[in-house]
Design a protein around this ligand. Structure first.
Ligand code: PMP
Length: 359
């Protein structure tokens, strides 16, 4: 007889794979750049490394489960009560926690597509149902269609702004008009992972929005602008009942002492880090302008990445980039997302993109 193994719950088999950024193919004589995970090309500041290194010395102990120093630093910087905060093992963990806390099996979660690839994974893992509303042709959220997609089963709507992987951000006026159509028992997530890179008129003021709408939850992260992706720290800002639910379902001790120390030190070095963000924004705008001048129609880039809608030529473009020593993120049949990196890396991208159109 065939041995049987324990069977996971039925929906577990439906969880799509998360395809992480590949490491670069080593090529002799060519420095390779990884532009596939929207990472920050700057390494942590010396003061951040020092703080994290000191924390390493107590790694025989569990961390402060309440991340008290981090909550207090965030509360002060943002001007919110600590009760309105929930820190987590990267903001990706917050997505899981939110769905676990708010969704019954079969409940619906409305979000734009294509967007952050962890959304369908987390929704499926929670036993909930994804309602994916296609982006507009210019890579923007179709907020009208998203509002129309809300049904009695909808428990959560998620707005990713700037949208990963296409780049555009929603304006405050657009968000306000959308939120006016979201029933108050539905959680409205505003995923602001790339918030610090936004440079547009009428940019979303997340904190004002969460103060005005009790159902709004902001997701933020230290992974992008603050350059701490490897430390895994994100946080949510929400009304205390919602933030408390997110904390209640968190993994105990999920944010390590090293991560807490690095995040606090990064908040203290906020100005220096935001100056780096300014430099990345200058590079982003240079890349975007260069691509348009070369004839590419790229969507408005408000994050630390640009989007190439390539359709059937996606794999070909990714291979041409790899050949030039830059690793990008292909989405089969749709396009490539390329992070803004070192000046040299961005130059190479422009070169590949120019000759790709010519060839
Ligand atoms: N939200 C969006 C839109 C993202 O692009 C990412 C990272 N790629 C995250 C959340 C998660 O970031 P982290 O878990 O590193 O905080």
């Amino acid at each position: 007889s065939t041995p049987t193994t324990p069977r996971p719950r039925a929906h577990i088999g439906d969880i799509p794979a998360y395809v992480p950024g590949k490491p670069p193919t080593p090529r002799p004589g060519l420095t390779a750049y990884k532009l596939s995970s929207n990472e920050n090309p700057y390494p942590p500041l010396p003061g951040v490394v020092e703080a994290a290194t000191r924390a390493v010395e107590v790694m025989n102990r569990y961390p402060d489960m309440g991340s008290r120093a981090l909550y207090e630093a965030l509360a002060e910087r943002l001007g919110v009560p600590v009760e309105d905060l929930a820190a987590a093992t990267g903001s990706v963990a917050l997505i899981y926690q939110l769905l676990q806390a708010f969704c019954e099996p079969g409940d619906e979660v409305v979000y734009a597509w294509r967007s952050f690839e962890a959304y369908p994974i987390a929704v499926t893992a929670a036993g909930a149902r994804s309602v994916q509303v296609p982006l507009r042709a210019d890579g923007r959220h179709d907020l009208d269609a998203m509002a129309e997609a809300i049904t009695e089963r909808t428990r959560v709507v998620m707005v990713c702004t700037p949208n990963n992987p296409t780049g555009p951000a929603v304006s405050q006026a657009e968000l306000d008009a959308f939120l006016a159509r979201v029933p108050e028992h539905v959680v409205a997530v505003v995923d602001e992972a790339y918030l610090e890179f936004v440079r547009m008129d009428d940019a979303v003021d997340g904190l004002a929005t969460y103060r005005a709408h009790p159902n709004v939850v902001l997701f933020r992260t230290f992974s992008k602008a603050y350059g701490l992706a490897g430390f895994r720290v994100g946080y949510a800002v929400a009304q205390p009942e919602v933030a408390g639910a997110l904390r209640a379902v968190s993994l105990p001790f999920g944010v390590s002492a090293v991560a807490q120390a690095a995040a606090v030190a990064s908040l203290e070095a906020g100005e220096e880090l935001l100056a780096r963000v300014d430099a990345l924004v200058v590079e982003r705008d240079r890349v975007e302008a260069g691509l348009r001048a070369a004839g590419w129609e790229v969507p408005d880039a408000q994050g630390n990445f640009v989007w190439f809608a390539l359709g059937e030529r996606t794999a070909e473009f990714a291979a041409a980039c790899d050949e030039a020593g830059i690793v990008v993120r292909p989405f089969a049949g749709e396009g490539c997302r390329v992070s803004i990196g070192e000046v040299e890396a961005n130059d190479r991208l422009l070169e590949v993109a120019r000759s790709f159109l010519g060839g």
